[in-house]
Design a protein around this ligand. Sequence first.
Ligand code: RB5
Length: 142
Amino acid sequence: MLALGCDHGGFELMQEVKAHLEKRGFEFKDFGCYSTDSVDYPEYAKKVAHAVADGECELGILICGTGIGISIAANKVKGIRAALCADCFSAQATKEHNNANILAMGARTTGPGLALKIVDTFLDTPFSNDERHIRRINMIED
Ligand code: RB5
């Protein structure tokens, strides 16, 4: 189960992400927002981050205008490793090396075609399980 969240800046791109996930057969829980009316991104970041940190959802996707505010807010929740990605290499590397559990994107900085490729890369790339990466991830939590 994927946890999805966005603010008004990310709402339209999130509709494209949802349609794409449905096509690919992924199940998701949409934590909002549900329109382009102005909202506060930390609210949605925290809902998604808690769903992932508590184990209700395995991974999350967050979108705001830049992806910056929403990823900063998500990373305040213990156990969350939210990675702001604007390219596929980063999406791959952050799963392999950081075992990122939330993908953040910026709808005002990343077009929909690239955003969907980033989503696919993030979801399709497994964690490397390398000892050095496990050690470094554990050091983040300490
Ligand atoms: C909203 O206008 C905008 O500030 C927000 O979507 C995001 O870019 C914050 O980091």
